[in-house]
Design a protein around this ligand. Structure first.
Ligand SMILES: Cc1cc2nc3c(=O)[nH]c(=O)nc-3n(C[C@H](O)[C@H](O)[C@H](O)COP(=O)(O)OP(=O)(O)OC[C@H]3O[C@@H](n4cnc5c(N)ncnc54)[C@H](O)[C@@H]3O)c2cc1C
Length: 398
């Protein structure tokens, strides 16, 4: 498998690299003042990052998934909050629309998200339905010419700044769960920012209430899940932990020699370095599997008008590509997010008291990466999913 990048990909990553320059200072300020710098997202908009893997037909750059993953890796190095913004806006926002929305839905919603007119979010979790979303109680009623949505979602990334979100609810009569595109300006929606978070301080997480919110019929959607962007951001976190700890251990002297000369410190550094490379392999490989699935779905759209009804488990080609993409994304997310938190923890240890202040980059990685083992698939559940995939569905224990 070849993960070499083209000149074109390198040029884009170099633009991402430039846009990342201001993130460093902003993250430091955000951790002290808990304020998001409004100018940062538009800066990424200028280089097209707001629609990096989205088709040029809808105003995106049309890059492949690996390029998007490499961009997130770089952004994650500077700011897990900004990487999380893109996870919500692009990975579980735009990419879901790109794959699953019909042409009319894409025309009216997707193009607005690539040029910065609309920010996206994804609202699945409820106070009583977290790692088990099937226990959700938010509901909708089919009123003939429209739907009425009621319920509460929480922890929704970009929740107070999103113009469009996708959300799930249960049919009040049949109990079937469906997905919807929701315009956040619709009457009956109330979003409140969640405060006092452990990390990810510039992500606008919100509790969103739907009070008999009227949705047009055409906002019904079909959709699956992701997780890969967390893996990519985790690699960025580990890369930065490595840079920071190597620098510090070459500068800090105790007991008569540099920390970098001490074998136990070298042990921590090796562990982080191995985790970076193994996470890269898992994540890029998962990106390649996701790309194959994406290409299959896009080809089918061209060849078959009735594509949506044929993308199900009975279609063996689709089913195999989908299972492989999901399986590899699950493994990559599970491994890389655990590894990133472990790397941040080791880095804090190497820095000692110098990392016990939020002004230290590794301290922020420690706080931010804690969330990555919880969101976009809680890691215990992912671990059980990985083994159930191998032993067989009959052994599913979650
Ligand atoms: C910073 C942040 C951002 C988020 N952003 C979003 C967002 O944009 N959109 C959204 O919809 N949600 C979002 N979430 C919510 C996130 O998806 C949920 O927190 C996650 O699904 C876990 O649900 P829970 O917190 O309710 O934990 P619970 O479901 O209560 O689980 C608690 C613990 O039990 C473990 N567990 C559960 N079942 C099993 C089992 N069978 N065996 C062993 N262990 C088990 C879990 O792994 C977890 O460690 C976000 C959360 C955070 C913290």
């Amino acid at each position: 498998m070849n993960f070499d990048t083209s000149t074109e990909q390198d040029e884009f990553i170099s633009k991402v690299n430039n846009a990342c320059r201001n993130l460093r200072e902003s993250e430091e300020r955000a951790y002290l003042e808990e304020k998001l710098d409004d100018k940062l997202v538009p800066e990424f908009g200028k280089i097209g990052m707001l629609g990096c893997p989205i088709s040029t037909k809808y105003g995106g750059l049309g890059y492949d998934i690996l390029t998007y993953i490499l961009a997130l890796e770089r952004i994650g190095e500077e700011s897990s909050s900004m990487r999380t913004f893109f996870s919500a806006h692009t990975s579980i926002g735009q990419m879901v629309l790109q794959s699953w929305a019909n042409e009319e839905q894409k025309k009216s919603h997707l193009s607005r998200t690539t040029d910065g007119r609309s920010v996206m979010g994804f609202a699945l979790t409820e106070p009583e339905a977290g790692s088990d979303p099937s226990s959700m109680v938010s509901n909708y009623e089919d009123k003939g010419d429209h739907y009425v949505l009621s319920g509460k979602k929480h922890w929704i990334g970009n929740g107070t700044i999103a113009n469009i979100i996708t959300t799930y609810a249960r049919d009040k009569v049949t109990g079937k769960i469906s997905a919807f595109i929701v315009d956040m300006n619709s009457p009956g929606i109330h979003a409140v920012e969640m405060k006092h978070k452990l990390g990810l301080l510039t992500v606008k997480n919100a509790e969103i209430s739907f009070h008999e919110c009227k949705l047009p019929k055409e906002n019904l959607l079909a959709m699956p899940g992701w997780g890969l962007s967390v893996a990519a951001g985790s690699i960025g976190v580990m890369r930065d932990c490595l840079t920071e700890t190597v620098r510090h251990s070459k500068e800090r002297k105790q007991h008569g020699s540099l920390l970098g000369k001490k074998q136990l410190i070298q042990h921590h550094i090796s562990k982080i370095a191995v985790a970076v490379e193994s996470s890269r392999w898992l994540t890029y490989r998962a990106a390649s599997a996701r790309q194959k699935l994406h290409d299959y779905v896009e080809n089918m759209k061209i060849e078959d008008m009735d594509w949506q009804s044929k993308l199900n488990r009975k279609n063996l080609n689709y089913s195999m590509l989908r299972s492989e993409a999901d399986r590899l994304a699950t493994i990559a997310k599970f491994y890389a997010s655990n590894a990133a938190f472990d790397a941040a923890n080791r880095s804090v240890q190497i820095f000692g008291s110098y990392a016990y202040q939020k002004t230290a980059r590794v301290a922020r990685h420690f706080l931010d990466s804690r969330a990555t083992t919880i969101y976009e698939g809680a890691n215990e559940v992912l671990e059980l999913k990985i083994s159930a995939d191998i032993i067989g569905e009959g052994f599913r224990s979650y």
